[in-house]
Design a protein around this ligand. Structure first.
Ligand code: NAG
Length: 229
């Protein structure tokens, strides 16, 4: 636990700093803000990949869906804690650099600037994690109409649906299969607090999924002429 915690605490900020440096070398024309934004996204991608691989390994190795404990599932928490802490700071940095670009920034790391960040945190978290991060990385480069951007959008829609929404029916089905009851009986067989916890977990996912779908409709629904208007 402590070793994982220490390793992850060094890994994510270290990777972030490395990305910033590499980008300064690879794309000297970019502003610091753009380098921070892209580096943050690259680190998020690395974390997402690690989490996905761990998740697949856990699913493949656990037979008893109620009592099996995979060491990776427990250990990964100690990767997530430093990552989340780091990510909130990067979100603050992005927020600050964007405010400065709009000419409304408070002094960096000052109390008012942190307050302004926290006031917008809800919006930031939603945006940052699910739309800004994934659906619009290429928008800045004015590439909304490229095929790559559209394919990326479709991939996000599909993976989000598979991994964040279908995960819940999958859990219920796994339980039903193990206990030998039909799926629709599961909500009545497991403790009420599990149903409540699952419902409160899936609710924000559905909300984000709706946002992503709306964005996709706008992206694919309008002709180029609409966009320039
Ligand atoms: C969600 O439901 C599953 C059963 O399908 C249960 O094992 C799990 O503990 C629930 N999640 C939470 C956070 O309670």
């Amino acid at each position: 636990m402590w070793r994982t915690l220490a390793l992850a605490s060094a890994f994510f900020p270290g990777l972030f700093a490395l990305c910033i440096r590499l980008l300064r070398w690879a794309a000297p024309g970019w502003s610091l803000k753009d380098r921070i934004l892209l580096s943050g996204r690259l680190v998020s991608t690395v974390q997402a990949t690690m989490a996905t691989v761990s998740g697949i390994m856990v699913v493949l190795n656990c037979k008893d869906v109620v009592y099996d404990r995979h060491w990776l599932a427990v250990e990964y928490v100690w990767v997530l804690v430093p990552y989340m802490t780091y990510d909130i700071y990067v979100m603050y940095l992005c927020h600050w650099h964007k405010s400065r670009e709009r000419g409304v920034a408070e002094k960096k790391h000052s109390l008012p600037s942190v307050r302004s960040f926290l006031l917008q945190e809800r919006l930031m978290v939603t945006h940052h994690l699910f739309i800004l991060v994934v659906l619009t990385p290429v928008t800045q480069l004015k590439m909304q109409d490229t095929l790559l951007h559209k394919v990326n959008g479709i991939l996000i829609l599909v993976t989000f649906f598979l991994c964040r929404i279908l995960l819940f029916p999958f859990m219920y089905a796994a339980y039903a299969r193990q206990v030998g009851i039909p799926v629709y009986m599961v909500p009545f067989r497991i403790p009420l607090h599990c149903n409540i916890a699952n419902a409160s977990l899936i609710a924000p996912q559905l909300y984000w999924f709706r946002l992503i779908c709306r964005k996709a409709v706008r992206l694919y629904g309008s002709s180029p002429a609409d966009k320039s208007r």
